[in-house]
Design a protein around this ligand. Structure first.
Ligand code: SAM
Length: 315
């Protein structure tokens, strides 16, 4: 099997020519590294030296990830050692792609805030947000799929999260129930998962289709309006997907801007070169210029592909 021709053809329209070769390589070469983060809720600073000495004992080369609090990467050959270690089992470390860690960090949460994670399972970012909040404030996590909801609850428990309430619910129903409630909302939306597609993993693209993209876009439109409604004036929404498709990304934000022209896209700084600004046109149609503040994180030997937008509701 090879990557779907239509996927490649669409991707060529999205990725700038000067970044195409690197993306093509990333789609065809296995990852060389795996990302992880330390969890201060279960591994306080005093315990970190013991973790590093365990790594040295196992010849495990950890490299800090620039700009990511508590983020590291390790050679992929050591992924299994890490994921089966007592550190992972006890929630002291969490294996998480750096692109995903960036999305959790871009929400800029602080202890004491009221935070909503509207599409939360399995909880990689919920547990990251909880750690940034040091278990202070209020964190609400929503997931409608039962099996995923229970996985989320298990992860929250293992990672030592104590200030999070979970809801088995459709995220589209939340905004009208708790309008203007939250300082921060994360919508890490269900998507076509194109950012995880890899040529060597046919399962990653077996269900890819433009129809699926359109289906996900329909759901994302409802979710983002709910997320916006739940946000306090002055609050910040981070919208993210692990899809490349503009229908799931720029067009979702553009529609929010039509319904809520007061929404302000905030600039996003990333300290690495493999990203591109959001598109200002798609399929011959111009998009609002402010969409160039959004970012498509491009895949490489460590990162999966993501899209992220940071949007403020004026006070
Ligand atoms: C991209 S995943 C979230 C990953 C998660 N934020 C993390 O970092 O671990 C999207 C999640 O949205 C859930 N979902 C699907 N439909 C939803 C809906 N209508 N409302 C809320 N969540 C939904 C999916 O089941 C899935 O768990």
């Amino acid at each position: 099997m090879s990557l779907p021709a239509e996927f490649i053809q669409r991707l060529r329209q999205i990725i700038p020519p000067e970044q195409w070769e690197a993306v093509w390589q990333a789609l065809h070469t296995p990852k060389t590294h795996v990302g992880l983060r330390l969890n201060p809720l279960q591994l306080p600073e005093t315990g970190v030296p013991r973790f590093f000495s365990w790594c040295r004992k196992h010849d495990l080369n950890l490299t800090p990830l620039t700009g990511l609090k508590g983020g590291f990467c390790a050679p992929i050959t050591q992924k299994s050692l890490l994921s089966h270690s007592e550190w992972a089992q006890n929630g002291q470390i969490y294996l998480q792609n750096p692109g995903s860690q960036w999305i959790g960090q871009l929400l800029s949460v602080e202890p004491g805030m009221e935070v909503l994670d509207l599409a939360a399972a399995p909880g990689s970012k919920t547990t990251q947000l909880a750690a940034q909040m040091a278990n202070h404030g209020y964190l609400a996590a929503v997931e409608p799929i039962k099996s995923r909801y229970f996985r989320l609850k298990d992860n929250l428990e293992r990672m030592g999260v104590t200030h999070c309430r979970t809801f088995l619910a459709d995220g589209r129903s939340i905004g009208r129930k708790v309008p203007s409630r939250f300082d921060r909302v994360l919508l890490d939306a269900p998507c076509s998962s194109e950012g995880r597609i890899h040529a060597q993993d046919p399962a990653s693209y077996a269900h890819w289709s433009v129809r699926k993209i359109k289906e996900q876009a329909r759901k994302q439109k409802g979710l983002i309006l709910s997320a916006w409604q739940a946000l306090k004036p002055g609050g910040v929404l981070v919208y993210a997907t692990c899809a490349f498709a503009p229908e799931e990304n720029e067009l979702i934000i553009a529609r929010l801007l039509i319904k809520h022209p007061e929404a302000q896209l905030l600039p996003i700084e990333l300290p690495f070169p493999h990203w591109q600004p959001g598109l200002s046109a798609w399929n011959g149609k111009a998009l609002p210029e402010s969409l160039t503040h959004t970012r498509r994180i491009l895949p490489n030997d460590l990162f999966d592909g993501f899209f992220v937008a940071k949007i403020q509701k004026p006070a």
